[in-house]
Write a protein that binds this ligand. Structure first.
Ligand SMILES: [Zn+2]
Length: 245
Protein backbone atom coordinates (compact mmCIF):
# COMPACT_ATOMS: atom_id res chain seq x y z
CA UNK A 1 0.00 0.00 0.00
CA UNK A 2 1.04 3.57 -0.52
CA UNK A 3 2.63 5.34 2.40
CA UNK A 4 0.56 8.30 3.40
CA UNK A 5 3.13 10.41 5.15
CA UNK A 6 2.09 14.03 4.83
CA UNK A 7 5.56 15.30 5.71
CA UNK A 8 7.13 13.15 3.02
CA UNK A 9 4.50 14.14 0.48
CA UNK A 10 4.98 17.84 0.89
CA UNK A 11 8.70 18.18 1.40
CA UNK A 12 10.48 15.49 -0.62
CA UNK A 13 10.64 15.42 -4.40
CA UNK A 14 9.37 12.03 -5.61
CA UNK A 15 12.05 11.88 -8.31
CA UNK A 16 15.35 13.17 -6.82
CA UNK A 17 14.22 12.50 -3.20
CA UNK A 18 15.76 15.81 -2.09
CA UNK A 19 14.02 17.90 0.52
CA UNK A 20 13.33 20.96 -1.58
CA UNK A 21 10.34 23.21 -2.33
CA UNK A 22 7.89 21.34 -4.54
CA UNK A 23 5.88 22.65 -7.42
CA UNK A 24 2.49 21.45 -8.58
CA UNK A 25 3.12 18.68 -11.08
CA UNK A 26 0.62 17.09 -13.41
CA UNK A 27 0.00 13.35 -13.37
CA UNK A 28 -1.51 13.09 -16.86
CA UNK A 29 -0.28 16.03 -18.90
CA UNK A 30 -2.56 18.92 -19.79
CA UNK A 31 -1.59 18.34 -23.40
CA UNK A 32 -3.83 15.25 -23.43
CA UNK A 33 -6.76 17.29 -22.14
CA UNK A 34 -6.44 20.07 -24.67
CA UNK A 35 -9.33 18.94 -26.89
CA UNK A 36 -11.60 18.31 -23.94
CA UNK A 37 -12.20 21.74 -22.44
CA UNK A 38 -15.61 23.27 -23.01
CA UNK A 39 -16.27 26.90 -24.04
CA UNK A 40 -15.77 28.00 -20.42
CA UNK A 41 -12.41 26.22 -20.39
CA UNK A 42 -13.77 23.57 -18.07
CA UNK A 43 -13.16 19.87 -18.18
CA UNK A 44 -15.63 17.30 -16.89
CA UNK A 45 -13.88 14.57 -14.93
CA UNK A 46 -15.71 11.30 -14.31
CA UNK A 47 -14.40 9.47 -11.28
CA UNK A 48 -15.28 6.17 -9.61
CA UNK A 49 -19.06 5.62 -9.19
CA UNK A 50 -19.58 8.18 -11.99
CA UNK A 51 -19.23 11.17 -9.69
CA UNK A 52 -18.40 14.14 -11.86
CA UNK A 53 -16.61 17.39 -11.19
CA UNK A 54 -15.43 20.28 -13.31
CA UNK A 55 -11.75 21.06 -13.56
CA UNK A 56 -10.10 24.18 -14.90
CA UNK A 57 -7.01 22.21 -15.83
CA UNK A 58 -5.57 18.72 -15.46
CA UNK A 59 -5.00 17.12 -12.08
CA UNK A 60 -1.98 18.43 -10.24
CA UNK A 61 -0.33 17.76 -6.92
CA UNK A 62 2.87 18.74 -5.15
CA UNK A 63 5.05 15.89 -6.30
CA UNK A 64 8.31 17.10 -7.86
CA UNK A 65 10.83 19.90 -7.45
CA UNK A 66 10.96 22.45 -10.28
CA UNK A 67 14.15 20.95 -11.73
CA UNK A 68 12.77 17.39 -11.83
CA UNK A 69 9.40 18.57 -13.12
CA UNK A 70 10.98 20.27 -16.10
CA UNK A 71 13.57 17.47 -16.55
CA UNK A 72 11.00 14.65 -16.71
CA UNK A 73 8.81 16.68 -19.06
CA UNK A 74 11.70 17.29 -21.44
CA UNK A 75 12.85 13.68 -21.29
CA UNK A 76 9.65 11.66 -21.16
CA UNK A 77 6.73 13.78 -22.32
CA UNK A 78 7.55 16.50 -24.84
CA UNK A 79 9.11 14.02 -27.36
CA UNK A 80 5.80 12.10 -27.32
CA UNK A 81 3.58 14.99 -28.46
CA UNK A 82 4.64 15.04 -32.14
CA UNK A 83 4.11 11.25 -32.21
CA UNK A 84 0.63 11.67 -30.76
CA UNK A 85 -0.21 14.52 -33.14
CA UNK A 86 0.60 12.23 -36.08
CA UNK A 87 -2.29 9.94 -35.14
CA UNK A 88 -5.18 10.80 -37.50
CA UNK A 89 -8.42 12.08 -35.95
CA UNK A 90 -10.36 9.66 -38.16
CA UNK A 91 -9.12 6.15 -38.83
CA UNK A 92 -9.96 4.48 -42.12
CA UNK A 93 -7.38 1.73 -41.74
CA UNK A 94 -7.56 -0.95 -39.04
CA UNK A 95 -4.20 0.06 -37.58
CA UNK A 96 -1.77 2.92 -37.16
CA UNK A 97 1.98 2.45 -37.29
CA UNK A 98 4.28 4.39 -34.97
CA UNK A 99 7.66 4.67 -36.69
CA UNK A 100 10.64 2.83 -35.26
CA UNK A 101 12.36 6.07 -34.21
CA UNK A 102 9.20 7.22 -32.39
CA UNK A 103 8.39 3.99 -30.53
CA UNK A 104 10.81 4.65 -27.67
CA UNK A 105 9.20 8.07 -27.09
CA UNK A 106 5.91 6.24 -26.66
CA UNK A 107 7.35 3.73 -24.20
CA UNK A 108 9.09 6.41 -22.13
CA UNK A 109 5.95 8.53 -22.00
CA UNK A 110 3.72 5.61 -20.95
CA UNK A 111 6.09 4.47 -18.23
CA UNK A 112 6.50 8.00 -16.86
CA UNK A 113 2.72 8.51 -16.57
CA UNK A 114 2.23 5.17 -14.85
CA UNK A 115 5.06 5.96 -12.41
CA UNK A 116 3.65 9.43 -11.63
CA UNK A 117 0.25 7.90 -10.86
CA UNK A 118 1.89 5.26 -8.70
CA UNK A 119 3.81 7.74 -6.53
CA UNK A 120 1.01 10.35 -6.50
CA UNK A 121 -1.23 10.53 -3.43
CA UNK A 122 -4.31 12.28 -4.82
CA UNK A 123 -7.68 10.49 -4.61
CA UNK A 124 -7.83 9.82 -8.35
CA UNK A 125 -4.69 7.69 -8.15
CA UNK A 126 -4.95 6.23 -4.65
CA UNK A 127 -5.47 2.68 -5.95
CA UNK A 128 -2.48 2.85 -8.32
CA UNK A 129 0.62 1.29 -6.80
CA UNK A 130 3.35 -0.51 -8.73
CA UNK A 131 5.02 -1.55 -5.48
CA UNK A 132 8.18 -0.24 -3.93
CA UNK A 133 10.57 -2.22 -6.15
CA UNK A 134 9.14 -1.07 -9.48
CA UNK A 135 8.53 2.47 -8.26
CA UNK A 136 12.22 2.66 -7.40
CA UNK A 137 13.48 1.03 -10.62
CA UNK A 138 11.47 3.42 -12.78
CA UNK A 139 12.32 6.44 -10.60
CA UNK A 140 16.05 5.79 -10.99
CA UNK A 141 15.71 5.28 -14.74
CA UNK A 142 13.73 8.50 -15.19
CA UNK A 143 16.13 10.44 -12.97
CA UNK A 144 19.21 9.12 -14.78
CA UNK A 145 17.58 9.18 -18.21
CA UNK A 146 18.37 5.50 -18.55
CA UNK A 147 16.44 4.00 -21.47
CA UNK A 148 17.47 0.44 -20.62
CA UNK A 149 14.32 0.38 -18.45
CA UNK A 150 12.19 0.52 -21.61
CA UNK A 151 12.85 -3.12 -22.45
CA UNK A 152 11.99 -4.30 -18.95
CA UNK A 153 8.24 -3.81 -19.15
CA UNK A 154 6.04 -5.30 -21.84
CA UNK A 155 3.42 -2.89 -23.10
CA UNK A 156 0.66 -2.68 -25.68
CA UNK A 157 -1.66 -0.02 -26.94
CA UNK A 158 -4.90 0.14 -28.91
CA UNK A 159 -6.42 3.11 -30.71
CA UNK A 160 -10.03 3.68 -29.64
CA UNK A 161 -12.64 4.94 -32.12
CA UNK A 162 -16.40 5.59 -32.09
CA UNK A 163 -18.93 4.28 -34.63
CA UNK A 164 -17.80 6.97 -37.12
CA UNK A 165 -14.16 5.86 -36.84
CA UNK A 166 -13.37 9.07 -35.01
CA UNK A 167 -10.40 8.61 -32.65
CA UNK A 168 -11.52 9.34 -29.09
CA UNK A 169 -8.59 11.57 -28.19
CA UNK A 170 -10.63 13.16 -25.38
CA UNK A 171 -11.20 9.93 -23.49
CA UNK A 172 -9.32 9.55 -20.21
CA UNK A 173 -9.75 6.96 -17.46
CA UNK A 174 -7.84 6.24 -14.31
CA UNK A 175 -5.69 3.08 -14.16
CA UNK A 176 -7.18 -0.37 -13.65
CA UNK A 177 -5.24 -3.36 -12.33
CA UNK A 178 -5.77 -6.78 -13.84
CA UNK A 179 -3.85 -10.01 -13.27
CA UNK A 180 -2.61 -12.33 -15.97
CA UNK A 181 -1.26 -15.61 -14.54
CA UNK A 182 -0.30 -13.70 -11.42
CA UNK A 183 1.45 -10.86 -13.29
CA UNK A 184 0.19 -7.32 -12.68
CA UNK A 185 -1.19 -5.65 -15.79
CA UNK A 186 -2.24 -1.99 -15.72
CA UNK A 187 -4.81 -0.61 -18.18
CA UNK A 188 -5.89 2.96 -18.79
CA UNK A 189 -7.10 5.24 -21.54
CA UNK A 190 -5.55 8.61 -22.36
CA UNK A 191 -5.30 10.55 -25.59
CA UNK A 192 -7.64 8.13 -27.42
CA UNK A 193 -5.34 5.18 -26.73
CA UNK A 194 -5.78 2.30 -24.34
CA UNK A 195 -2.42 1.66 -22.76
CA UNK A 196 -1.52 -1.71 -21.26
CA UNK A 197 1.64 -2.25 -19.22
CA UNK A 198 2.72 -5.47 -17.55
CA UNK A 199 4.62 -4.71 -14.36
CA UNK A 200 6.41 -7.84 -13.25
CA UNK A 201 9.91 -8.94 -12.39
CA UNK A 202 9.64 -12.06 -14.52
CA UNK A 203 9.28 -12.34 -18.26
CA UNK A 204 5.74 -13.42 -19.03
CA UNK A 205 5.69 -16.60 -21.10
CA UNK A 206 1.96 -17.03 -21.75
CA UNK A 207 -0.13 -15.83 -24.66
CA UNK A 208 0.08 -12.08 -25.01
CA UNK A 209 -2.31 -9.74 -26.77
CA UNK A 210 -1.15 -9.45 -30.36
CA UNK A 211 -2.97 -6.14 -30.83
CA UNK A 212 0.22 -4.18 -30.70
CA UNK A 213 3.82 -4.44 -29.78
CA UNK A 214 5.51 -1.36 -28.50
CA UNK A 215 9.09 -2.51 -28.45
CA UNK A 216 12.26 -0.55 -28.22
CA UNK A 217 13.95 -0.25 -31.59
CA UNK A 218 10.96 -1.57 -33.47
CA UNK A 219 7.98 0.18 -34.94
CA UNK A 220 4.76 -0.05 -32.94
CA UNK A 221 1.48 -1.19 -34.35
CA UNK A 222 -1.67 0.31 -32.83
CA UNK A 223 -4.70 -1.75 -33.80
CA UNK A 224 -8.00 0.13 -33.99
CA UNK A 225 -10.85 -0.96 -31.71
CA UNK A 226 -14.24 0.42 -30.66
CA UNK A 227 -13.95 2.40 -27.44
CA UNK A 228 -16.81 0.26 -26.12
CA UNK A 229 -14.50 -2.76 -26.27
CA UNK A 230 -11.84 -1.02 -24.21
CA UNK A 231 -10.98 -3.12 -21.15
CA UNK A 232 -10.63 0.04 -19.03
CA UNK A 233 -14.10 1.30 -19.98
CA UNK A 234 -15.67 -2.15 -19.54
CA UNK A 235 -14.08 -2.41 -16.11
CA UNK A 236 -15.44 1.00 -15.15
CA UNK A 237 -18.96 0.01 -16.23
CA UNK A 238 -18.70 -3.36 -14.48
CA UNK A 239 -17.67 -1.71 -11.20
CA UNK A 240 -19.94 1.30 -11.34
CA UNK A 241 -22.89 0.35 -13.55
CA UNK A 242 -23.88 2.17 -16.73
CA UNK A 243 -23.46 5.92 -16.86
CA UNK A 244 -26.59 7.30 -15.12
CA UNK A 245 -27.09 10.14 -17.60
ZN1 LIG B 1 13.59 16.72 -7.64
Amino acid sequence: MKMNNKHQIETYCALCLNEVPLCKSHIVSNHLYKDMFDSNHRLLLVEDDWRTRFLQSGIYEKLLCAECDSGINLFAEIPFWPVWEKIPTTMHADHHIVAKEDAEHVRRFVLSILWRASVARGDTWKHVDLGRKHNELIREALLNRDDSILNKYQMWATLLVDENNSVQKGLITTMVLSRQNGHAVWYWVAGGIEWVVMVTSHRYQGNLPNDVWVKKEEEALLMVRSWKDSISIKHHIRCNGPYPG
